[in-house]
Design a binder for this molecule. Structure first.
Ligand code: FMN
Length: 183
């Protein structure tokens, strides 16, 4: 797959086959995530792979509720990956204070995309999940209080016949200007 084909093929997968995901493939996704860039190379992340029952189901259940059902599909996903935000390096934290920026959130997004692109290349499906019950997952996975969860990723083989969708994106002229904002 060329890089262009890969970014077109990566999409949020919300229907999974029950086929388990090979540990070797999960490790390859984690390795791609590990190689992601981050501010001052802080690597402010920790990945928790959840693939054992009943824990996996409990983590999936923490991504939806009776009134918010959009993430109910996670029940089917054979693997859930929880990305914990770790403290950035001191130098990065000082720079963040000066510049009033939250770089670890950006870092988490980049590493998550590395993970998802590699998964796509391996024939797997993913969905990044930003809506979850943080307290519930912290408790389930013994995440120390004070540490925050950046993202959850569902992972598994897409259900048979799962189609590649056409990307719905803003047009280039809506989001790009050259040599000045809105020019
Ligand atoms: C930070 C972030 C949080 C997201 N949270 C959710 C979520 O809670 N549930 C969900 O179904 N999709 C979630 N998504 C997936 C987006 O809806 C999806 O990426 C977007 O609609 C574009 O579709 P595509 O991924 O198929 O290209 C999230 C994506 C990102 C980057």
């Amino acid at each position: 797959m060329s890089f262009r084909e890969l970014i077109l093929a990566r999409q949020s997968v919300r229907k999974y086959a029950s086929t388990p995901v090979e540990t070797e493939k999960i490790n390859q996704c984690l390795e791609a995530a590990r190689l992601a860039p981050s501010a001052s190379n802080s690597q402010p992340w920790h990945f928790i792979v959840v693939n054992e029952e009943p824990l996996r189901t409990e983590v999936a259940k923490a991504t939806f509720s009776d009134i918010q059902l959009i993430n109910k599909f996670t029940i089917q996903a054979p693997v859930m990956v929880v990305i914990v935000i770790e403290k950035a390096r001191l130098i990065t934290r000082l720079a963040m204070q000066v510049k009033k920026k939250e770089w670890p959130l950006i870092d988490i997004g980049i590493t998550a995309e590395h993970f998802c692109l590699r998964a796509t290349e391996l024939g797997l499906g993913t969905c990044m999940i930003g809506w979850f019950d943080e307290k519930k997952i912290q408790k389930l996975l013994n995440i120390p209080s004070g540490k925050s969860i950046g993202l959850v990723i569902s992972l598994g083989y897409p259900e048979e016949g799962y189609k590649q969708r056409i990307k719905t994106r803003k047009a280039q002229d809506e989001i790009i200007s050259w040599n000045g904002y809105g020019v």
